[in-house]
Design a protein around this ligand. Structure first.
Ligand code: KG4
Ligand code: ZN
Length: 328
């Protein structure tokens, strides 16, 4: 079975071809350079770039996979959450392919797509497992069990990636902030500033990052000059990583599940990956972390999630609409 995957929810235009569980191609065109000068993603600009690039990326993905359009059995596309204009480009293109080749359309929730990146990296992965899903727009702890995905906790304000991006801006670093903070942190002392670990001891699995961001802001204001950017970045990163992992491991323990998987763009963070492995070793948990290119936005994960929906016989009609604030 050949499944085409399409992802255009934010600033990556991506098309992938999956054949019988194997990814034959996964072409990703990032618009990061386009949005950098604005310090963040400009929705209208993102949609226009998807519009001009998607047909080219589609052809490139077919060519790399050595697949003809007539061989595609289904088209899986992100229909939310994301930027409305950006989502509509991918969705309209997919509906066109569905009509033209008489193949079913499958709508994929982007967040669930991130979880399925792990099924590409670990083909033998089986529930139950706990997911720490951390991206630019989402921060959630999920429980995958008995064919269901349950949200155990989520952020009350900023997403973890959003916090990285905002603090990077405060520190005068580039966009996207996550990789920039990670880079300068390598020369910093993670214990130099004792930033708050919000909601660490709260009796739930929720997060809050906006206070942490404010604390960084006041620290800089109080210092006035000679701002030790690497130390602040490293200390901020340490606080985020600490809270994310402590809550995730607590959720695993309280649910009697000893397998934890990471997902989403922030899962590309080397300190998060390193500490997750250390904790897993210490407490005897299995930890699964996708390779970097499967953490950030890509169509391979959408194709894999779509493939699982095909196996369950879950198709969508051409009436499917883009839903910017789609929930799990
Ligand atoms: O999953 P993703 O590619 O897009 C969304 O669905 O949001 O995640 C993007 C987010 C951005 O906020 C970016 O700063 C963050 O992931 N990110 C990182 C790293 N790489 C990307 N955050 C921390 N460390 C990284 N290495
Ligand atoms: Zn994403």
């Amino acid at each position: 079975m050949v499944v085409l995957g399409i992802e255009t929810s934010c600033d990556e235009t991506s098309v992938a071809i999956l054949k019988d569980k194997e990814i034959l191609s996964n072409i990703i065109l990032s618009q990061v350079e386009v949005h950098k000068k604005f310090g963040g993603v400009v929705p209208e600009v993102a949609a226009r770039h998807h519009l001009s690039n998607l047909p080219l990326i589609y052809k490139e993905a077919l060519k790399k996979a050595k697949i003809e359009p007539e061989e595609i059995d289904a088209v899986a596309v992100t229909y939310g959450p994301g930027l409305i204009g950006a989502l509509l480009v991918g969705l309209s293109f997919s509906k066109g392919l569905s009509l033209r080749y008489g193949i079913p359309l499958i709508g994929v929730n982007h967040i669930i797509g991130h979880v399925y990146a792990n099924y590409i990296a670990y083909p033998d992965l089986k529930p139950p497992f706990i997911v720490l899903m951390v991206s630019g727009g989402h921060t959630e702890i999920l429980k995958v069990k008995d064919g269901k995905i349950e949200v155990l906790g989520k952020t009350m304000d900023d997403a973890a990636g959003e916090a990285f991006d905002k603090v990077a801006r405060i520190l005068g670093l580039g966009y996207p902030g996550g990789p920039e903070i990670e880079k300068v942190s390598k020369n910093g002392d993670p214990y130099k500033f004792n930033f708050p670990r919000p909601m660490l001891d709260s009796n739930n699995y929720n997060f809050s990052f906006s206070g942490l961001k404010t604390s960084v802001l006041y620290t800089i204001k109080n210092l006035e000059t000679n701002i030790p950017v690497p130390d602040i970045a490293a200390s901020f990163q340490e606080a985020v990583v600490d809270v994310l992992l402590k809550k995730t491991f607590k959720a695993a323990r309280n649910n009697g599940i000893n397998r934890i998987v990471l997902a989403g763009g922030v899962a590309a963070n080397s300190r998060l990956r390193e500490k997750a492995k250390i904790l897993a070793n210490q407490y005897n948990y299995e930890i699964l972390i996708p390779p970097l290119e499967l953490c950030t936005d890509n169509a391979a994960m959408i194709a894999m999630a779509g493939y699982h929906k095909v196996l369950e016989g879950k198709y969508d009609s051409l009436e499917l609409e883009a839903i910017p604030n789609l929930k799990i």
